[in-house]
Ligand binder design. Structure first.
Ligand code: AHR
Length: 519
């Protein structure tokens, strides 16, 4: 029976298994990969991460302290470091988040037993021991071989406090603060490129109007100096999602005094106070979350159009330094800890969102998924000495081949994934050529039940062989647990063939595939 005339009988998957049976035409997508065009560099910083003093991200997830029975390296869990190193993490943002605008860096330096106990006003009013501070964070970055991205305190701090932190971190001369750093164990200054001047100053960072923030930014940034050859990329607080008024005001009033503008956009598909469960959802919730993730495209289009007006040469980068899914907290865990499971649906969100960032790489030069361990759309979940890698972790691991590669424009005509009266494209794809000349193609099929045959013409891509891996699961909320670590894990993929200058991929339903094309 020809695949074109065959009617496939498919099973609509739900949480507990088959929900209904429907007939469907086999789906097909077509595309062209332009191997002779330079679609920009996919900055490795699009694969950045974020760690906040929130719930069990820092304490438990990363930091257990040198005295812990859990194996650790300088106080950081060794299992977590080893797993994260496989992702080639380019940068790590810290200490928040909302926490940043109530953080006073002096609380987190010096002998441990002399650090003050403070309270985390944003996240459960838990007592913060300050055991993990500036030195511990920067040592973690060194262990991960990741660049640090610090968020300074505008909301409740002063320009003096921010200025002093930068001197403490980066000055190599004989000043009181540089000598204090030496006394605390660090002789050489650190190199800090990325520095956020506040976080969400429209909300938890001070509830400011954009005009007021823009003025404050100018004042604070004036004291964020490049010391001892260090060069800062100063990041201004940008909009919450698609807020053109905030973007316009800050762009017009701050302009070239910033090197980057941040943007935060989470995927909830629900009002803030009615968040959806992370597992145990139906196909309507699958569709709603994926569809909302795709709105990142319009947010970026609209934000870039505003930025282009005052910065047509694209000197200012757009950093999506918080993104990801946000669900109801797991039953039995405190709401403020933002601990959620992570399923195959999150892998879809990660895959399609990273493709959107690739397509906007001219302006979008950093992105940080929230957050790295135990919070929101995490890479890793921990429980005592146990650790589990999430489906999102696997997408980041599979996609790392795109880091710093040249984007190859990929034109794609996707079939629709219909749900009721609504529809979104079933397939999303991206291609790149790395520095060694290898071409990689990543593809996501968000259709929950139907495979898609993708046929791509290869223009100026010399290849005879396609190998790769696939990530999928047996149900919509397939996920890994501490008792079943590998329910959703990448497997070898044999569904790609090359013939007559064409790549054909039999893309399974609800899957992420990454291929390497070789001559
Ligand atoms: O990532 C959790 C919180 O989300 C951050 O603290 C804040 O910046 C955002 O609202």
């Amino acid at each position: 029976m020809s695949p074109l005339v065959r009617l496939a009988v498919v099973v609509v998957l739900g949480l507990g298994g088959p929900l209904a049976v429907q007939a469907a035409e086999p789906l097909a997508a077509t595309g062209v990969i332009h191997g002779d065009q330079d679609g920009g560099t996919i900055s490795r910083h699009l694969y950045g991460h974020f760690a906040e003093h929130l719930g069990r991200c820092i304490y438990d997830g990363l930091w257990v302290g040198e005295e812990s029975l859990i194996p650790n390296t300088k106080g950081v869990r060794t299992d977590v470091i080893d797993a994260l190193k496989k992702l080639k993490i380019p940068n790590l943002r810290w200490p928040g988040g909302c926490f940043a605008d109530d953080y006073h860096w002096r609380d987190g330096i010096g002998p441990l037993d002399q650090r003050p106990q403070t309270i985390n006003i944003h996240w459960g009013q838990v007592v913060e021991t300050n055991a993990f501070g500036t030195h511990e964070f920067l040592e973690l970055c060194e262990l991960l071989d990741a660049e640090p991205y610090l968020a300074g305190n505008v909301g409740s701090g002063s320009p003096e406090e921010m200025r002093d932190w930068i001197e403490y971190l980066t000055f190599d001369g004989d000043s009181e603060l540089a000598n204090l750093r030496r006394k605390n164990g660090r002789e050489q200054p650190w190199r800090i490129e990325y520095f956020g001047v506040g976080n969400e100053n429209w909300g938890c960072g001070g509830a400011m109007r954009p005009e007021y923030y823009a003025d404050l930014y100018r004042r604070y940034a004036e004291y964020c100096r490049d010391l001892s050859g260090n060069r800062l990329t100063r990041v201004a607080c940008g909009p919450s999602g698609n807020d053109g008024n905030w973007t316009r005001t800050v762009m017009e009033r701050v302009g070239g005094r910033m090197q980057a503008l941040s943007l935060h956009q989470y995927t909830l598909a629900a009002p803030w106070h009615e968040k959806r469960p992370a597992t145990g959802f139906d196909d309507a919730a699958w569709f709603a979350i994926v569809r909302e993730a795709l709105t990142m495209e319009k947010t970026l289009d609209d934000t870039e159009a505003i930025m282009d007006k005052t910065d047509p040469d694209k000197r200012i980068g757009l950093f999506v330094d918080e993104w990801g899914t946000w669900y109801a907290n797991e039953p039995g865990t405190p709401g403020y800890a933002l601990y959620q499971q992570n399923t195959l649906r999150d892998a879809m969100v990660a895959g399609v969102t990273l493709h959107i960032f690739h397509d906007h790489c001219e302006r979008v030069r950093m992105a940080n998924i929230a957050q790295i361990v135990n919070v929101l759309q995490a890479m890793i979940l921990t429980e005592g000495e146990k650790m589990v890698l999430t489906p999102t972790y696997h997408v980041f691991e599979m996609y790392k081949v795109h880091q710093d590669a040249t984007r190859l424009p990929l034109e794609l005509k996707s079939p629709e994934y219909k749900h009721g009266k609504d529809a979104i494209p079933a397939v999303s794809a991206s291609a790149s050529r790395d520095k060694a000349g290898k071409v990689h193609v990543s593809l996501v099929n968000v259709h929950p039940t139907d495979a898609v045959t993708v046929t791509c013409e290869l223009a100026s891509v010399a290849a005879t062989k396609a190998t790769g891996r696939v990530l999928t699961g047996d149900k919509l909320d397939a996920h890994n647990t501490f008792d079943d670590l590998d329910a959703v894990t990448p497997k070898a993929f044999d569904g790609a063939t090359l013939a007559d200058g064409k790549l054909t991929v039999e893309l399974p339903a609800r899957s992420v595939v990454v291929l390497e094309l070789a001559e």
